[in-house]
Write a protein that binds this ligand. Structure first.
Ligand code: GTP
Ligand code: K
Ligand code: MG
Length: 326
């Protein structure tokens, strides 16, 4: 059965290809009415209907993911297209985006997944709109861009924070657990601990600065963890990416084959919570650990340059490593 989201997409497609003229105006009017009804359905989902969670789970790629959260029409999809080149529908009406739209940015050699999400409204955490699904996806991200429209009062920021606050207080009393890899008890505990902490860094992307004065812009620069941008014009998105990189706290490791120069073009990128020599080996191929004898490391993680280390040694950003096999 077609979900509400499917039906909406169909109607939107039909409206897009219907020419606007006197003969079609009645038909277009009917389509518009249908669209409005379906969108209302989405906003007040029943237990069975409302389109379910279709399209919310997307395949995860890259070393980290960044979710876009904000009220409708603040410019999330415009930002997505600007950063990734991945087309995500943009329009002046609310709830243009109805599902998760994934895209990718390669920054400093790291593949980072961007997830454009539907707009949330007040009451999202209680299930209003697609709020629950959106927040559920956001919780799986390593960083959140809270996108705000600078033409709207910053009280919006408070409302969104209140909606997201539940994420931090989220506790697991009982859960269905699906394990999709060879997991040890330690891995499981790590996952559950990370879940219950649910601490996710945030950057406020203050969008549409093309529509304000320089004096107003000066004020925006004082907001902590914020980055004023114009998605439409591409203004200051470099700074947003720089801030993203800092918050993600990723570790680039360059491989140096024995007797050769390091390969600076393709770092192995690790998360700072999983950056031991063993994690590095596993990121290349899981059989490497079995043949591992020692590693020779240059860089910030070692006192002596170079230094011989074992599997448990923690690597630092921009380290250079040579693996010696048995
Ligand atoms: N002036 C200005 N308008 C912008 C900017 N970014 C986006 N817009 C406009 O804002 C409107 C909404 O943009 P979208 O990207 O669809 O917003 P969204 O947050 O994805 O909206 P939903 O998917 O409906 O939640 C469109 O008319 C855009 O052209 C910007 O930097 N400056
Ligand atoms: K929109
Ligand atoms: Mg959108």
């Amino acid at each position: 059965m077609a979900t509400t989201v499917d039906k909406i997409k169909d109607i939107e497609a039909e409206m897009a290809k219907t020419q606007k003229n006197k003969a079609t105006s009645f038909h277009l009017g009917q389509l518009k009415a249908k669209l409005a009804k379906l969108k209302r359905e989405l906003l007040t989902p029943t237990s069975s209907g409302g389109g379910g969670g279709s399209g919310f789970d997307v395949a995860r790629t890259g070393v980290a993911s960044v979710g876009f959260i904000g009220f409708p029409s603040v410019g999330k999809s415009t930002l997505m297209s600007r950063l990734t080149g991945q087309h995500s529908e943009v329009a002046a009406y609310e709830f243009t985006t109805l599902t998760t739209v994934p895209g990718q940015v390669v920054y400093n050699g790291a593949k980072i997944q961007m997830l454009d999400l539907p707009g949330i409204i007040q009451g999202a955490k209680d299930g209003k709109g697609r709020g629950r699904q959106v927040i559920a996806v956001a919780k799986t991200c390593h960083l959140i861009f809270i996108v705000l429209d600078v033409n709207k009062p910053l009280t919006d920021k408070k409302i969104i924070e209140a909606e997201l606050e539940v994420m931090g207080e989220y506790k697991i009393s009982s859960a269905d657990i699906a394990i999709r890899c060879d997991a040890t008890i330690d891995d499981l505990i790590d996952v559950l601990e990370a879940k219950s902490r649910s601490y996710i860094p945030v950057i406020y992307a203050l969008n549409k600065i093309d529509a304000i004065s320089i004096e107003e812009l000066d004020l925006l620069y004082r907001i902590p963890n914020a980055c004023p941008i114009s998605s439409e014009h591409g203004w200051n998105v470099d700074e947003l990416l720089e801030q993203m990189w800092e918050k993600l706290n990723l570790v680039r490791v360059y491989t140096k084959p024995k007797g050769k120069l390091p390969d600076y073009t393709q770092p192995v990128v690790l998360r700072s919570t999983k950056c031991t020599v063993e994690d590095f080996c596993n990121a290349i191929h899981k059989t490497i650990v079995e043949q591992f004898r020692q590693a020779i490391v240059y860089g910030k993680s070692v006192k002596h340059q170079p230094q011989r280390v074992g599997l448990s040694h923690e690597l630092a950003d921009e380290d250079i490593i040579t693996i010696i096999k048995r």
